[in-house]
Design a protein around this ligand. Structure first.
Ligand SMILES: C[S@@+](CC[C@H](N)C(=O)[O-])C[C@H]1O[C@@H](n2cnc3c(N)ncnc32)[C@H](O)[C@@H]1O
Length: 296
């Protein structure tokens, strides 16, 4: 098969959902979905074939079982098989439905016809192979935090979105009135996805700039200028190294929304932020995940 993907199916106790998502996320899976099956939950995840060998998948299955053992829940059943690109796209699309987030967003799959009437901000999305449908607790937290931060103050900030994935947070920022957003991601598939979602939401390439790279590129693009707000939803291990770079593009009045952090990873992140002159104003949590609202 030309463009093949592993489809990984995990049947497990609903209380394992977060742990399983976290494990799959760390493994590099994309296009994850979840559906109820009686008293269990069936989680599907996808991974390009060239990113994992059979042995890696066997190890993943073992880790998932160990995770369940650690928390004293029944062991999940993991299966995998190869599917081609088209089957991958249609497989998870069936399970992703429009989602209301916060008081103002409606995240809407691109392949559904647009609703006639809605009093919400419609954010149309086809994440493709990128992360960011709004269903993950961290994206959800970031969207709610963003709404609270700029949804009601008409300040039209300039925002950096580091690890933009599908572009969901960048687009949400524009819908809430950001003057300009700079989105970066190291994954070329994410860049492609964010650009096509920018078009889908009829946002100009001047207002939402999407580039392949990370915080160093932002620094280069900005030159002497600073951003008003920073969004960064990546895993804690990555964020900790990005904090100096994030701090360098911030002004004395900047704010940030930082997520992708498991609750038990919060302290080292908070400490490092404080060492770089940030105040952790609030910490929001959803399931095992947390989101920092920070300011200078
Ligand atoms: C958890 S996803 C977040 C996507 C989206 N912003 C959201 O909130 O749903 C993290 C993204 O960060 C990207 N990423 C990982 N390390 C990065 C780094 N050092 N710099 C920039 N992007 C990075 C990944 O490719 C991935 O698309």
């Amino acid at each position: 098969m030309a463009n093949s993907w592993w489809e990984i199916k995990i049947l497990g106790d609903p209380d394992l959902e977060d742990l399983i998502f976290w494990r799959l996320d760390s493994f590099g899976c994309r296009g994850m979905s979840c559906e109820s099956k009686g008293h269990s939950q069936l989680i599907r995840a996808h991974l390009p074939q060239n990113q994992a060998h059979l042995l890696d998948l066997a190890a993943l299955s073992l880790w998932l079982r160990q995770d369940a053992l650690t928390v004293g829940l029944p062991l999940p059943l993991t299966q995998w098989h190869l599917i081609d690109e088209e089957d991958w796209a249609s497989s998870w699309k069936q399970h992703w439905q429009p989602t209301e987030i916060g008081d103002c967003f409606l995240i809407y799959p691109a392949w559904l016809s647009v609703p006639q009437q809605t009093d919400r901000l419609l954010l149309r999305l086809d994440p493709g192979a990128a992360f960011g449908t709004g269903t993950h607790p961290t994206t959800h937290l970031c969207l709610e935090a963003l709404e609270m931060r700029i949804g009601y103050d008409h300040s039209h900030p300039v925002i950096a979105d580091i690890g933009c994935g599908s572009g969901i947070l960048s687009i949400a920022s524009v819908l809430l009135g950001a003057k300009k957003v700079l989105g970066v991601d190291i994954d070329p598939l994410a860049v492609r996805s964010a650009r096509s979602n920018r078009e889908l939401n009829q946002i100009s390439a001047d207002r939402l700039v999407v580039k392949k790279g990370s915080v160093e590129l932002l620094s280069h693009l900005l030159g002497e200028k600073k951003v008003d707000g920073i969004l960064c939803n990546i895993l804690a291990e990555v964020i900790i190294d990005l904090i100096p770079g994030i701090s360098a593009i911030a002004s004395p009045h900047s704010w940030g929304i930082i997520s992708g952090i498991l609750l038990d990873q919060a302290k080292p992140i908070a400490d490092t932020l404080e060492q770089h002159n940030w105040t952790v104003a609030t910490l929001w949590k959803r399931q095992e995940w947390c989101c920092f609202n920070i300011r200078r």
